[in-house]
Design a protein around this ligand. Structure first.
Ligand code: GLP
Length: 242
């Protein structure tokens, strides 16, 4: 497991962009596994910059996102579809038809989950998966608990996650209580994983990399099992790393 510590999140985001760019340049029709949250915003801004100034070409790139809130339509400004469009898709030459986010307003949510796993298979899997971390160690919306799920599924959000994400909504009451998330299999099957964590709020989750334990009470620890994973952190998130 490769751990890279950078002074600032800007430097860390530029390094993450280097890794994603390398995949796109090597395989122009690659599949990017994408994440939302404030953490990858700098990465996406850097990819947009490289598209605009270094002709990084997204014309054949495909993308599949980790998760979506249940109950928010794609035009809701806190939906993850809206996030991806506004931070990346609207600013690069990707074919929007090749960008996938779960539909959080599907009438049959179970069928949406099954279709999403099939979509991942049809795309041929993910070349590089970008991950952030919840303060409680969740990845996607795979919340800590006694078990984790392999398949795309409906997750009931923990209070900690609702509180952490309330800053994006008018109040905690408006945070959706459930989400569709890719399960651990599709995440762990990516050819390459990059995990980003910035700020002191992530330091405890990152401290779980001080040992070799893998446990569902901190889902991000599972990435220790991946043969090609890089943890990219700033100094604040690395504060408790030995
Ligand atoms: C949400 C997403 C996660 C993300 C997390 C961290 O809960 N489902 O994929 O990693 O937020 O958010 P932030 O980067 O804003 O700290």
């Amino acid at each position: 497991m490769d751990i890279k510590v950078f002074r600032t999140c800007e430097e860390a985001s530029a390094y993450a962009a280097d890794l994603v760019e390398a995949v796109i340049r090597k395989r122009p029709d690659c599949v990017l596994g994408l994440a939302t949250g404030s953490t990858p915003e700098g990465l996406y801004a850097e990819l947009v910059r490289r598209h605009q100034t270094d002709s990084l070409d997204f014309s054949q790139v495909k993308s599949i996102n980790l998760d979506e809130y249940i109950g928010l339509t794609g035009d809701h400004n806190q939906s993850y579809r809206y996030f991806m469009d506004s931070h990346l898709m609207n600013h690069v030459n990707i074919d929007r038809a090749n960008t996938f986010v779960p539909n959080g307003t599907a009438v049959d949510l179970e069928a949406e989950c099954r279709a999403y796993d099939q979509k991942w298979l049809d795309l041929g899997g993910t070349d590089i998966q970008v991950l952030g971390i919840g303060p409680n160690g969740h990845i996607g919306f795979n919340e800590p608990g006694e078990i984790l799920h392999a398949d795309t599924h409906i997750e009931v959000l923990t209070q900690e996650t609702i509180d952490a994400n309330a800053r994006f909504f008018a109040s905690a009451d408006e945070v959706p209580r459930r989400a569709i998330t890719m399960g651990m299999r599709d995440i762990m099957s990516a050819q390459q994983l990059i995990v980003l964590a910035f700020g002191a709020g992530k330091a405890e989750a990152i401290a779980r990399f001080n040992d070799d334990q893998v446990t569902p009470d901190c889902p991000v620890t599972f990435i220790k099992l991946h043969p090609n994973a890089t943890l990219i952190v700033d100094e604040a998130a690395a504060a408790l790393l030995k």
